[in-house]
Design a protein around this ligand. Structure first.
Ligand code: ATP
Ligand code: MG
Length: 420
């Protein structure tokens, strides 16, 4: 037990951490370019928020939440996704009083009690954006463009954008009835979960992964064909804006998204390279959510992407990152006097933003040089009694093998001139 992490969790370190940082840097850069500001909400919230905000009939709320009573008898849940907390913060911090739209992004751990498999963990991480206050298709286009730019910046070219419209609440009600009527002839053949969905939220049957249910749905009526004229125009304007930005997409009537609160636009970026868990990013419009969470009616649109799945996709293209952060210099020493001088010097180097390492293991000169090689130091030098006496050190470029003799005082300047 002591040396086994809980099932479905992952330690992030080593070369995986390099890919992780690359994703974080891209996220910060792209969100800044779109004018989205970062928000960090708590890891846990009142369970009620997710029950309402994610939806009672979702798998997340029904089966997957990490919920517990805290010592003050409050029902608490570790966040299973990022949106509900951001909506709560938007309302509690009265962000609606600021210039609209409010454009936020987050990067957060998320927790779901699911069966772990490739690309599916119990603690995973989500990057997401939320845009509050605009019901216009241009807002949908803005968040889709942000996702597309991010994937592009990460070199993820093997994904396809699938878009669909579920229509507003009225269309959805109408469609649910049409779908129910179609399925009423096959009701005995539905899986137990879909039987429940049939009563509560028939649209979600389209999302079922059961092959028998999928087969039944082959000729089912589609939401996108039952839109009223306003919803249809909204969807068409979105598609025109995507065309204008040269963002490629396919209209895919089977995209419905797992969460209850979506209205109108839904979309996913899907990769064929990472197996069954191919959705790297999914989102859409949820004009009813803010109201559901206790606010006044406020349109909103956003998406979430799984960081682990983004990295899987990057690694499927480029292989695992080989790159380790390089040290600029290994400065070794022999003897007690040299040790003090060396420690003073590396401290000064570090204060000048030069990454420097020295010996912490009392190694021989030979072993120190071996270590310098191993950590990929760009330069190395060893200080001993002779170097101190003559105030001269020989610094070696580990790549070109070129050697330079310097006085001890010159080393910081030399490194500043030669690094970066
Ligand atoms: P799936 O159909 O794969 O279960 P979902 O519909 O539950 O996905 P969302 O709730 O939309 O997914 O979450 C957004 C993104 O978070 C997903 O597209 C995926 O990249 C990622 N994600 C969801 N669940 C997990 C998990 N258990 N482990 C890792 N990443 C996940
Ligand atoms: Mg899921």
């Amino acid at each position: 037990m002591l040396t086994n992490a809980p099932r479905g969790t992952k330690d992030i370190y080593g070369s995986y951490m390099n890919d992780w940082k690359k994703v974080e840097e891209s996220v910060n850069k792209i969100c800044t370019s779109f004018g989205f500001n970062e928000i960090r909400t708590p890891i846990f919230e009142h369970t009620e928020l997710f029950a309402r905000g994610v939806g009672e009939t979702t798998d997340i709320v029904q089966k997957e939440m990490y919920s517990f009573m805290d010592k003050g008898d409050r029902n608490i849940t570790l966040k299973p996704e990022g949106t509900a907390g951001v909506v709560r913060a938007y309302l509690e911090r009265k962000m609606y009083a600021d210039a609209q739209p409010t454009k936020l992004f987050y990067l957060t751990p998320a927790f779901r009690y699911e069966r772990p498999q490739a690309g599916r963990y119990r603690q995973f991480h989500q990057f997401g954006v939320e845009l509050f206050g605009s019901d216009k298709p241009s807002a949908d286009a803005e968040v889709i463009a942000l996702a597309a730019n991010l994937l592009n910046d990460l070199g993820i070219t093997n994904v396809k954008l699938h878009v669909n419209s579920l229509g507003g609440p009225e269309c959805r009600k109408k469609y649910n009835n049409v779908l129910k009527e179609f399925l009423s002839k096959h009701i005995d053949e539905l899986c137990p979960t879909c039987l429940e969905r049939y009563e509560k939220n028939p649209l979600r049957i389209l999302d079922c992964k059961n092959e028998k249910c999928q087969a039944l749905l082959k000729d089912a009526p589609l939401a996108v064909d039952t839109l009223d004229s306003e919803c249809k125009e909204h969807f068409e304007e979105l598609l025109r804006l995507l065309d204008a930005m040269e963002i490629e997409y396919v209209v895919d009537p089977w995209i419905v998204r797992g969460l209850d609160y979506y209205t109108r636009t839904v979309f996913e970026f899907i990769s064929n390279d990472i197996g069954a868990q191919g959705t790297v990013c999914g989102g859409g419009r949820y004009d009813k959510l803010v109201e559901e969470c206790g606010g006044s009616p406020t349109p909103a649109v956003g998406f979430a992407a799984g960081i682990e799945r983004l990295i899987m996709t990057i690694e499927a293209i480029n292989g695992a990152s080989q790159h380790e952060p390089k040290r600029d210099i290994y400065l070794g020493y022999v003897g007690e006097n040299a040790k003090k001088t060396t420690f003073a010097l590396i401290n000064e180097l570090r204060r000048n933003n030069i990454s420097a390492e020295t010996d912490l293991m009392s190694r021989s000169v030979k072993a120190q040089m071996k270590y310098a090689n191993k950590i990929g130091a760009k330069y190395s030098a060893i200080i001993g009694d002779n170097e101190l006496e003559e105030n001269s050190i020989r610094i070696k470029n580990m790549e070109t093998r070129e050697q330079t003799d310097l006085s001890i005082q010159e080393i910081v300047k030399f490194m500043k001139d030669n690094i970066k």
